[in-house]
Design a protein around this ligand. Structure first.
Ligand SMILES: [Cu+2]
Length: 135
């Protein structure tokens, strides 16, 4: 299990950084360092929208090794959503309507395509994260 939160974080993250390259998991951090890039994903109408606009369930690009603070903002009345990258074992908590939560993690060094989804509504709410070479 690679999700590390709260006061256990320091030891947990150090272990995870060592294991990340072997296991294919990505480190989950307890705080957002200054260099992290914030991506706000709005859940609305049973779809995800980056910054709350544009196309539904868009391709999201991240640079290899980039530190990301992913904010999930649930703007849909009456429905709970989360944002999960199963291959990385990265997941926000389930976020209630009108609330938001976030998770901080490092994108993997391996470029490629990874599926994101909402775990309760994966059939409708899913898309691709493209990890690209560092620019
Ligand atoms: Cu959902």
């Amino acid at each position: 299990m690679t999700i590390t939160r709260g006061s256990r974080g320091q030891v947990g993250v150090a272990v995870l950084l060592g294991l990340a390259g072997l296991a294919g998991f990505v480190p989950v951090l307890t705080d957002a360092p200054p260099e992290s890039r914030e991506i706000v994903v709005v859940a609305s109408g049973m779809a995800f929208y980056v910054d709350g606009r544009g196309e539904a369930n868009p391709r999201i690009r991240m640079e290899a090794g980039e530190t990301i603070k992913l904010v999930l903002w649930n703007k849909q009345p009456g429905v709970v959503h989360d944002f999960v990258v199963g291959a990385w074992q990265v997941a926000t908590p389930r976020v209630r309507s009108r609330e938001r939560d976030s998770i901080v993690f490092k994108a993997p060094e391996a470029i490629g395509h990874y599926v994101y989804e909402c775990s309760p509504h994966g059939a409708m709410m899913h898309g691709v994260i493209e990890v690209i070479e560092t620019q």
